[in-house]
Design a protein around this ligand. Structure first.
Ligand SMILES: [Zn+2]
Length: 499
């Protein structure tokens, strides 16, 4: 990048007056050269090493739009927050409205017709050659968690807008053989109303109308929030949000991986084969509350020690399901092998009563989160876990209850869309790096995404983008500029198959 050393010999040789004149008259010219050189400066080509530098980039594949501008927009959105000092953008908050307006402006500039629906989702659509054909939907979410990173959700929206913009600049937007619609969903994280996928579930027709009456922490209902933002919604208009499945061809989504696999294999993009099903349980263990100094160890009914044993049991069961489950008996027909690769189990929250250092607790409660691609396998794990929990509790003379809190089946991505996304990702990597010796990795998503809700409406496909250290839901979340470029190029390549 041009900087002081390049100009300093010239400046040194001038008097103060001359210097002022040079600065006054020529600074704007220098500034323009500086900006042009920034835009055209060769940047990183270290696609596979994950190293960013400023050499060796090809200008053939729209780096100004797909890399420089996309990164600038992601950075700009990353500053649109309701909080000071960290990123927080929950459903229809002032920052969400501001982010939505920015996104809508960028959609319009990319040649899309835009509108906001009655759940606050932002849409941008182009009809292409045949407005009555089934539409390709491309989306992700604009809301964030609290103290979020700037790529989760927004990367999918910005990549889509950038890819569409390239088609527009090239005069190809009107040549699409089917309508293409980019959607920025208003809520995926579920922070404000503790109900995920409000935006996409409404379009997919799987959100209950009773959701309009759920309240946030301050007692404001979803309907109130919409009304406050000049969005009138009735039960009747709520049902009209649902897309007709006959009008939709498919849904694709680009999202950061939020895990370490792509980084570990050194590739920027991967194809998602499916989104894991998920169960959440609440386990309560009740024992005998007592004095920490006076109750002999042999006479205790300690729910904390019991909970510890149960948590270790869960870890063992999920690490080695093949040691616990068999092909006969209750899990007959389950492919235990299919669980081994995808099963993950977590205890993320634990509490006890009365929670004092000199008291044997009377009650301990903990959560269990179980995810797997195989729904029957997940059910078999829960069945086995429940049996063994009760056995351990009986042996320890404590009482246990297991309460199911949430259940969602796994979603398989469409094989046709996945193979198209795979070749689009391959093309993108090849366009940036020249040669690609590796195959595009195929991954499972352990996290839920809007694609999960959209799968109730149409076939879905997803692309994952490498993120540093696999870190997400954190300000440390980071995607290389080159990987932002790769994501935009992959979507562009996918859209080229629709011409
Ligand atoms: Zn997300």
């Amino acid at each position: 990048m041009p900087s002081l050393p390049r100009f300093s010999p010239l400046i040194k040789s001038l008097s103060n007056t001359h210097l002022k004149m040079v600065i006054t008259h020529y600074f704007p010219i220098f500034a323009i050269f500086f900006v042009i050189s920034l835009l055209s400066t060769p940047a990183s080509a270290h696609l596979y090493s994950g190293v960013e530098d400023t050499e060796g980039i090809s200008n053939d594949w729209f780096p100004e739009i797909l890399r420089v501008e996309a990164v600038a927009r992601l950075t700009e959105l990353g500053k649109v927050s309701d909080a000071d000092g960290y990123l927080e953008r929950t459903y229809l908050s002032p920052a969400s409205i501001k982010a939505g307006n920015l996104i809508r402006g960028w959609m319009g500039e990319a040649g899309l017709r835009t509108w906001v629906d009655q759940m606050g989702n932002i849409h941008g659509r182009v009809e292409g050659m045949n407005a009555s054909s089934r539409a390709l939907l491309i989306g992700s979410h604009l809301d964030t968690v609290i103290d979020a990173g700037m790529f989760d959700g927004t990367l999918g929206i910005i990549s889509a807008i950038s890819a569409v913009k390239v088609l527009n600049v090239n005069g190809q937007l009107g040549k699409l053989k089917r309508p293409v619609e980019v959607i920025a969903f208003s809520d995926e994280e579920g922070v404000r109303f503790q109900s995920t996928f409000l935006g996409s579930a409404a379009l997919a027709g799987v959100l209950s109308v009773s959701a309009l009456q759920i309240q946030d922490k301050s007692g404001v209902t979803l309907q109130n929030v919409l009304n406050e933002n000049y969005i009138e919604i009735s039960e009747e208009s709520f049902f009209q949000l649902k897309y007709n499945p006959e009008s939709v061809w498919g849904y694709i989504e680009v999202h950061i991986e939020q895990g370490p696999v792509l980084e570990s294999v050194g590739l920027p993009l991967g194809v998602v084969k499916g989104i894991a099903g998920q169960s959440r349980l609440k386990v309560t263990v009740r024992g005998s509350q007592g004095h920490a100094g006076t109750v002999p160890m042999s006479m205790r009914q300690d729910p904390m020690a019991a909970a510890a044993e149960l948590i270790v049991l869960l870890e063992s069961l999920c690490k080695h399901p093949d040691d616990f489950l068999s092909y006969d008996g209750h899990c007959k027909g389950i492919t235990v092998e299919s669980l081994v690769g995808s099963l993950v189990c977590t205890v993320g929250e634990i509490s006890c009563w009365p929670s004092a250092s000199n008291v044997i607790p009377g009650e301990t409660t903990f959560t269990v989160d179980i995810r797997a691609m195989d729904d029957m396998g997940r059910e078999a794990v829960i069945y086995e876990l429940s049996n063994r929990i009760h056995q351990i509790c009986d042996r320890r003379a404590v009482s246990c209850s297991i309460e199911p809190k949430h259940n969602a089946n796994a979603v398989a991505c469409d094989s046709g869309l996945s193979s198209q996304l795979k070749s689009a990702a391959y093309t993108a990597m090849k366009r940036i790096a020249g040669e690609v010796s590796n195959d595009v990795p195929v991954l499972m998503s352990g996290a839920g995404h809007d694609a999960m809700a959209m799968s109730h409406l149409t076939k879905v496909g997803m692309l994952f983008v490498r993120c540093r250290g696999g870190i997400s839901h954190s300000p440390a979340e980071h995607v290389l500029d080159d990987d932002v470029w790769a994501a935009g190029l992959a979507l562009l390549s996918f859209l080229e198959t629709q011409l």
